[in-house]
Write a protein that binds this ligand. Structure first.
Ligand code: TXA
Ligand code: MG
Length: 329
C-alpha cells in the first residue's frame, strides 16, 4: 500500500509554454510530475536526483526497487549515459522517437541515480514521441525516470483523469495532454548480449523490430533476474477476477469483446469491433478502467497472438494472474 505521507495539492498543468515551464521547474526541484507519452502516462522524476526517484516508489507504493526507464529527448542525449552499439543505432534510427525502450551498458560518469538502475550496470532508455513529452525533455535537457503513473499493481493510465484518480494528493503535478495514442507500454529490447533480446512485449510489434534487424530477437530467460528484473506476474489488476479467452460472458460477468466476439449488451465493451489490434491496444487500459468500476468479474474475448496481440495478451495475463504480494508496476 502507498506510504502514509501528508497529502499535497496536485497541480493540473496544460501543455502551454507556462505549463511546461512549471513542469520543468518542479522536476528540477526534485518533485514528481506525471506527463503524457504515446504509450501511457509516466510518473517522472529527475533521474539524477536519488531523493526524487525514491519519491516515485513512495507515491506508487511499489513494494520493491525495480529498475526504471530513463526518458530523454533524442538518441544523442541517450548516448551521454550508455555505451552505444550498432544495434542501438539501427533501432534508434528506425523507431525513435517512439514506443521502444533500449537497455544498454552504463557509461562511466553517467550520473544516473542507482535507484533508477536498481544497482544494475545497464540502463533502460526511451525517446518518447508525444509532443508534450518531447518539449518537456528538451527543456529540462536531462533524463527523466518514469514508470507508468498508477498505484503499484493497478491498471496503467492512458489519460490524465486516470492519473488523478490514482495519484492525486501524492504527486506535485500532472501535465495534461489528451489520451495516449498507442495505449500499451513500450517494447523493451536488451542490447547487452550478442543477440538483441525481447525483454518485454509492448506498443511496437516484434515483427517490425525483427524486420529492421534482419534477424529474430532472442527471448529472455524468465529465471534470470538480470534479463527480467521486476517482470512479476500479477500486474494491472482490476478489483474483480479476470477470465481470458472467453467466447461469451457467463452470468454476472461483464464482457470485453474483440472482433467477432464483441459484446451485445450495453454494459459490455469491445476492444475493436473490426478486430484491429492497434485500436485494441489503444483501448485496452481505458476499457479495463471502465469495467473495473462496474464491480463485476470481467470476461475477455480471445485475442490473436500476433503483432500487438503479443503485448495485449501479456498485459491481460498479468491482469488475470492470481493476486499475491508480488504486484508491482
Ligand atoms: O511505455 C513505457 O515503457 C512506460 C512509459 C511511462 O515510458 N514506462 C513503463 O515503465 O512502463 P515501468 O517502470 O512500468 O516498466 C519498466 C520496465 C520494468 O519491467 C523493468 O524491469 C524494465 O523496464 N527495466 C528497467 N531497467 C532495466 C534494465 N536495466 N534491464 C532490464 N530491464 C529493465
Ligand atoms: Mg507500469
Amino acid at each position: 500500500m502507498p506510504e502514509n505521507t501528508a497529502p499535497i495539492t496536485t497541480e493540473c498543468l496544460s501543455p502551454s509554454p507556462a505549463g511546461l515551464a512549471r513542469a520543468v521547474e518542479l522536476l528540477q526541484a526534485g518533485a514528481l510530475v506525471s506527463f503524457p507519452t504515446e504509450t501511457v502516462y509516466g510518473l517522472g522524476a529527475d533521474a539524477r536526483q536519488g531523493k526524487a526517484v525514491a519519491a516515485i516508489y513512495a507515491a506508487k507504493g511499489r513494494p520493491s526497487f525495480n529498475p526504471l526507464i530513463a526518458h530523454v529527448a533524442s538518441a544523442e542525449a541517450a548516448q551521454r549515459y550508455v555505451r552505444w552499439n550498432h544495434w542501438a543505432e539501427t533501432l534508434a534510427q528506425a523507431f525513435w522517437p517512439g514506443p521502444l525502450t533500449l537497455v544498454l551498458p552504463l557509461k562511466p560518469g553517467h550520473g544516473i541515480s542507482e535507484l533508477v538502475t536498481a544497482g544494475l550496470q545497464t540502463l533502460a532508455l526511451r525517446v518518447p514521441a508525444h509532443p508534450s513529452a518531447q518539449k518537456l525533455l528538451q527543456a529540462l535537457d536531462g533524463p527523466v525516470a518514469a514508470p507508468s503513473a498508477n498505484p503499484s499493481g493497478k491498471i496503467s493510465p492512458t489519460c490524465a483523469a486516470h492519473v488523478m484518480a490514482g495519484l492525486s494528493g501524492r504527486i506535485a503535478a500532472v501535465l495534461e495532454d489528451g489520451s495516449c495514442a498507442v495505449g500499451l507500454e513500450s517494447t523493451i529490447i536488451g542490447l547487452t548480449t550478442e543477440t538483441p533480446m525481447l525483454l518485454r512485449p509492448g506498443g511496437l510489434a516484434v515483427e517490425e523490430i525483427e524486420a529492421v534487424l534482419g534477424q529474430p530477437l532472442a527471448n529472455r530467460d524468465i529465471h534470470d533476474p538480470l534479463t527480467a528484473p521486476g517482470q512479476l506476474l500479477s500486474h494491472y489488476a482490476p478489483q474483480e477476477r479476470v477470465r481470458l479467452n472467453a467466447t461469451e460472458p457467463r452470468a454476472g460477468e461483464c464482457y470485453l469483446g474483440f472482433g467477432c466476439y464483441s459484446g451485445a449488451r450495453a454494459s459490455d465493451l469491445s476492444l475493436s469491433d473490426s478486430g484491429d489490434l492497434v485500436e485494441a491496444a489503444a483501448n485496452l487500459f481505458g476499457q479495463l478502467h471502465l469495467l473495473d468500476q462496474q464491480g463485476k468479474p470481467i470476461a475477455v474475448a480471445p485475442i490473436p497472438q500476433a503483432g500487438l496481440g503479443l503485448a495485449i495478451n501479456d498485459r491481460l495475463q498479468r491482469a488475470a494472474a492470481p493476486r499475491g504480494d508480488n504486484a508491482q508496476g
